[in-house]
Design a protein around this ligand. Structure first.
Ligand code: CO
Length: 494
């Protein structure tokens, strides 16, 4: 028991350093004056370095070895050793010189990527991306893997996930979605609502109210403006969200608020006993994303939700007072193949992810040359979505991830969508009169169910175990496919 106690005290220090770094980073993105940028970057860098050094220290190695010799009784004790040992082992595998080279190369590559994207010039970015891919392959080899170097990378975001699982899952999903898109093409697309000029303050007030509906605790967080919406769990009792607003339409801000609110409820719902152990947060990036997608899409884009929300929207935005809930529901459920991932709807979004997954696996396995990337990208866009990127800016250069060496991250987005549909089916079974509750705005029992089944566990369970506990079965694309077929089939009158 003494060993575990010592480990707990040691990781508490790391977690406190992490909280200070998170607060400094939150301020950097919301409040900091422009001239503070340089000093702030140094402070954040220093705090991160201090916690990183502790994560891989020989002291950490001793504490983990001792804790393994006298393992704890509880699931929390076992998870404590598991998560810290994973970080320790992964990071120790990479020599400091190589890590430094990786940081320098990706920092440079990101700067070049920005310019290359603006100029739509892949050739400018190509040598840098080739260098990043080379380093990622080297790192994957050092971390180790059984089948694919991709496995070593995806593990960072989705513990336990492998190419062997993802390939058939995403391959089948792609085939089904491509076929379903063709079907939708024979349906009647919903009418768009007329554009307008919507007050930003009214939108802010509406989003604040929506966060209250879903049970976001403003005494344990706050809502601010930022260029890109994000959620930051700073410390126990302090999980903050940001949002952005556009005058041309009020729905993207609302869905942004529900999305980030969903992430934040996860952090706010963590068991207080997990504080400062490193076990707060979510089981994986995909499970975290499932909580944002649950509120944004499963609830926020449902007809019962709009029957409840329309009168409230009308209060804040009187110009929409005459718009029927059904018309809003149709408007926010249009499916249209497009070039840009972040603007994609629920049906086409996952196809953008399937494409990126296939290409990044081939890159890491050494079966695809960086030079051939734009051509492969453009061909897949035609095959999957029926659209042709007119230039690389709206094609292979659109996402920042690869320039930063973030390979293996994209599947988490799709896994989030799949888990969200699985969790919704479980909630429908277990919460009496689920959709009646949504339609009357009684969202608290739903939030409580999520807290009990998902949020309070933090990182204690691996994603696979958690999904089995919540839904009774393992990861599957079927609930998501049932969901999009039913909803979009109705919207498009199929
Ligand atoms: Co998200």
């Amino acid at each position: 028991m003494a060993a575990l106690q010592e480990l707990r005290e040691y990781v508490r220090e790391i977690s406190e350093l992490g909280a200070a770094a998170a607060l400094a980073a939150w301020d950097q993105r919301t409040q900091m004056p422009e001239k503070g940028a340089e000093a702030r970057a140094k402070v954040v860098g220093r705090l991160e370095r201090l916690s990183f050094e502790r994560t891989i220290s020989s002291r950490m190695g001793e504490l983990l070895a001792a804790a393994e010799r006298e393992p704890g009784e509880s699931e929390v004790d076992r998870a404590l050793v598991r998560v810290w040992k994973r970080d320790y082992t992964r990071h120790r595998a990479i020599p400091p010189d190589l890590y430094q080279k990786f940081v320098e190369t990706t920092t440079r590559a990101e700067t070049v990527w920005e310019k290359a994207k603006a100029a739509s010039d892949f050739a400018m970015f190509r040598p840098h991306l080739a260098e990043v891919v080379g380093l990622v392959r080297e790192i994957a080899k050092l971390i180790g893997f059984k089948e694919s170097p991709y496995d070593a990378m995806v593990e960072e975001f989705e513990p336990g996930m492998t190419v062997a699982t993802l390939r058939p899952l995403l391959g089948d999903l792609r085939k089904e979605l491509v076929a379903f898109l063709k079907e939708l093409g024979r349906g009647t697309p919903p009418r768009e609502l007329p554009a307008g000029d919507f007050s930003l303050d009214a939108q802010r007030a509406f989003c604040r109210e929506a966060l209250q509906w879903i049970g976001y605790d403003f005494a344990a967080g706050r809502l601010d403006d930022s260029v890109h919406p994000f959620t930051m769990g700073i410390a126990p009792g302090d999980v903050r969200v940001t949002n952005r607003y556009q005058a041309s339409e009020p729905f993207s801000a609302l869905f942004g608020a529900l999305h980030e609110g969903g992430h934040a409820l996860y952090g706010q719902g963590n068991d207080p006993a997990l504080a400062w152990t490193g076990l707060t947060g979510g089981a994986s990036f995909g499970i975290h994303e499932s909580q944002s997608r649950f509120w944004e899409n499963q609830i926020g884009r449902s007809l019962p939700f709009w029957r409840f929300a329309q009168p409230h929207l009308a209060r804040h935005v009187p110009s929409l007072a005459q718009t029927k809930p059904e018309d809003i529901w149709r408007h926010v459920n249009r499916a249209q193949p497009s070039l840009i991932r972040v603007e994609a709807d629920e049906v086409t979004y996952n196809l953008h992810i399937c494409l990126r997954f296939e290409l990044e696996v081939e890159l890491l396995e050494g079966r695809l040359d960086v030079a051939a990337l734009p051509e492969r990208w453009n061909r897949a866009m035609v095959d999957y979505l029926g659209v042709t990127p007119p230039d690389d800016r709206r094609g292979v250069l659109q996402d920042v991830h690869w320039s930063g060496g973030m390979f293996g991250y994209f599947p988490s987005y799709t896994l989030g969508n799949l888990y969200a549909a699985q969790i919704t089916e479980a909630a429908e079974r277990e919460i009496p009169r689920f959709w009646d509750k949504v339609q009357t705005g009684q969202l608290t029992p739903i939030r409580e169910w999520l807290r009990e089944n998902v949020h309070r566990h933090g990182r204690v369970y691996l994603p696979e175990e958690l999904v089995k506990r919540v839904t009774g079965s393992g990861l599957s694309a079927e609930p998501f496919l049932r969901y999009v077929r039913a909803k979009y089939g109705e919207v498009y009158g199929l």
